[in-house]
Ligand binder design. Structure first.
Ligand code: BGC
Length: 268
């Protein structure tokens, strides 16, 4: 595939075997990018992502790495650079939830979520940015030396009872992203975040899979519908492209208005 806003971009999407990561990888392929599809535990689902990209005429391969493991992350970025000759875009998307009331949360569940959602994003960004800085601006298809998109959440801003580990990890992603943007801007690397609201994926199936649950959820979404992965993927394609070349250090909320305090519609 040679046309599209990401034509020839060498990209890596972590956690691309399902949900937002899978949707983003497919959209990248459709926009002309070459896509490395990271997964940790679902090789068949990662292969399905690859198949969908190839079926649309794109190029992709699956690569296994646990993003919280520094050696595995280095090896993954090496492999991407060996196969593609460099890396232009990282979408640090892999993430998980281990929910529990704060007073009952185990330290293991706290650590697992921080390890994957925050340390994992740092490790992937560090490994990718090292290569991007070596490449320098304009060496690849993009005007920048490379760009990093951290997949965050509205819970980088909205506190979330019963999910203190997850909210803390996403709050951390905000400062990780903004500090990296400040530090890496002079080296030509753009760093941004996308904060999705409620998007229909396996991670939050309980919140939308029955009509009653969906009705409750919609009370939190002024725009009146639950999001789909394509809503987030379109934002990622734009942020990765040269159309967003002057955009760094910012968070794009893709949330149907969830961050507008909708419970204040009738009060306050
Ligand atoms: C969480 C989902 C949740 C959404 C909105 C996301 O970051 O992973 O479970 O539905 O935020 O609350």
């Amino acid at each position: 595939m040679t046309d599209g806003v990401l034509a020839g971009y060498r990209t890596l999407v972590t956690g691309a075997s399902s949900g937002i990561g899978q949707g983003t990888a497919v959209a990248f392929g459709a926009a002309g990018a070459r896509v490395a599809v990271d997964y940790r535990s679902q090789p068949d689902d990662a292969e399905e992502t690859v198949r969908r990209i190839e079926a649309a005429g794109g190029e992709a391969f699956a690569v296994r790495a646990d993003v919280s493991d520094p050696e595995a992350v280095s090896a993954m970025v090496e492999e991407v650079c060996d196969r593609f000759g460099g890396i232009d875009v990282l979408v640090a998307n892999a993430g998980l939830q281990r929910d529990a009331p704060a007073l009952e949360m185990s330290v293991e569940d706290w650590r697992t979520v921080l390890d994957v959602n925050l340390t994992g994003q740092f490790l992937c960004a560090q490994a990718a940015a090292r290569r991007m800085v070596q490449q320098g601006p304009g060496a690849g298809p993009a005007r920048s030396a490379g760009s990093i998109i951290a997949m965050s959440s509205v819970h980088d801003a909205i506190p979330w009872a019963g999910h203190v580990n997850y909210a803390a990890s996403k709050g951390g992603v905000d400062m990780l992203m903004r500090t990296l943007a400040q530090e890496l801007g002079p080296r030509g690397v753009r760093v941004n975040a996308i904060s999705p609201g409620a998007i229909k994926t396996p991670i939050n199936e309980d919140a939308w899979s029955t009509p009653e649950a969906e009705r409750e959820l919609l009370r939190l979404i002024p725009y009146g519908r639950v999001g789909v992965v394509e809503d987030v993927a379109a934002a990622a394609v734009w942020l990765a492209s040269d159309a967003a070349d002057y955009v760094t250090g910012t968070t794009l909320y893709v949330d149907g208005g969830m961050t507008t305090y909708p419970s204040f519609r009738d009060g306050g």
